[in-house]
Design a protein around this ligand. Structure first.
Ligand code: ATP
Length: 330
């Protein structure tokens, strides 16, 4: 990306018009250079209004990530984390997986103001945009082997729920194994956040997890239309303005607490809390299998290792993460 692009986007972050001439003067470049840099931003999906006689502006003001503000929001445990903030990354998980292979430290976090090629599970994509979402990945190293981490994505869901509650956002529920939904009485659940966990290491240990999280802050209509399931954002569910730096800091704090707990005691001690927030606990559900086949059953619960238990016409079946996609029946 053009090195000036984010410098200019920082000037535009106030959501006001800035003339090309003013920007060019401030940065000591030509107006054509400003135009080129903003063309690059548009190629990455950033929407910029350009009005003759007034200049350039973003659709609305955005708060960009700032390392010190995130560390302040983590509070007393900020020294645990190694934080890296990027203007633009294709995928925070891909970046962290590369770092993991190069020996990156435990509790490292990369966050991106703009993620342009976010990944979901099984080749699916995660839509994000500048100011539209918080996207980050946390590297956590475990002494235990990867085989003991089967409940990890559920544990991460508990950390997200705790963090969102601390901002007064309580209409949140979890969908096995790893989505955060907003459930309101008269409409279908909408996805607020997703989790993508990638594991590395021996079955016997040690192992490492790259925990990728995307939370929607303020999804523009165009971005929302690219998502093939009901989705929502924090801006639609709370009248508060959530500062992404505070949100990231508070999430990291809760993630560290939950992950330390998980490492010592496994998912068992978090299971009741997780179940309390499961959107489909003891509800009829549709299971979508990797070959597209759909079967039906009723959720009976989750086991101590995070396995989903479903009562089906064939008796109780057990599913581990990745074996099915769960959906409500209405
Ligand atoms: P599963 O139930 O198997 O987890 P999923 O459809 O939720 O299925 P994930 O891999 O967890 O799959 O997440 C990727 C999916 O999330 C995409 O295919 C899309 O449907 C949806 N999605 C993509 N971007 C967003 C977003 N910003 N907000 C909400 N949902 C999104």
């Amino acid at each position: 990306m053009n090195t000036l692009t984010f410098t200019i986007l920082r000037l535009l972050a106030d959501g006001k018009f800035h003339s090309g001439e003013d920007i060019a003067r401030q940065l000591k470049v030509s107006r054509a250079t400003v135009w080129n840099a903003l063309q690059d931003a548009e190629k990455l999906g950033v929407e910029i209004f350009s009005v003759r006689g007034r200049g350039y502006k973003l659709p609305q003001a955005v708060t960009l990530l700032d390392e010190q503000s995130v560390l302040n929001a983590i509070g007393e445990h900020k020294a645990w984390f190694k934080l890296e903030i990027h203007d633009h990354l294709a995928s925070t998980n891909s970046d962290m997986m590369k770092k993991l292979n190069a020996g990156q430290a435990h509790a490292s976090c990369v966050a991106a103001n703009l993620q342009t090629n976010g990944r979901g599970r099984r080749g699916r994509s995660w839509q994000a945009g500048l100011g539209a979402s918080l996207t980050f990945s946390l590297l956590w190293r475990f002494q235990c082997g990867a085989s003991a981490l089967s409940g990890l994505s559920l544990a991460v869901g508990v950390a997200l729920i705790r963090a969102l509650h601390s901002f007064g956002i309580s209409q949140t529920e979890l969908k096995w194994p790893n989505d955060v939904l907003i459930v309101t009485s008269n409409q279908a659940p909408e996805k607020l956040a997703g989790i993508l966990i990638e594991l590395q290491g021996d079955m016997e240990g040690p192992s490492a997890a790259v925990i990728g999280i995307g939370i929607n802050l303020n999804l523009p209509k165009k971005l929302k239309q690219q998502i093939d399931q009901p989705a929502t954002d924090l801006n639609s569910v709370t009248p508060q303005i959530i500062n992404p730096n505070e949100l990231l800091g508070v999430l990291l704090k809760h993630l560290a607490e939950v992950l330390s707990h998980f490492e010592q005691q496994g998912f068992t001690s978090l299971r009741d809390e997780w179940t309390k927030y499961h959107a489909y606990h003891q509800q009829p559900v549709k299971m979508i299998h990797p070959d597209g086949r759909e079967t039906f059953g009723t959720v009976t619960g989750v086991a101590e290792d995070g396995i989903l238990l479903i009562n089906t016409p064939l008796g109780e079946q057990r599913f581990s993460s990745g074996e099915i996609s769960l959906r409500g029946t209405n």
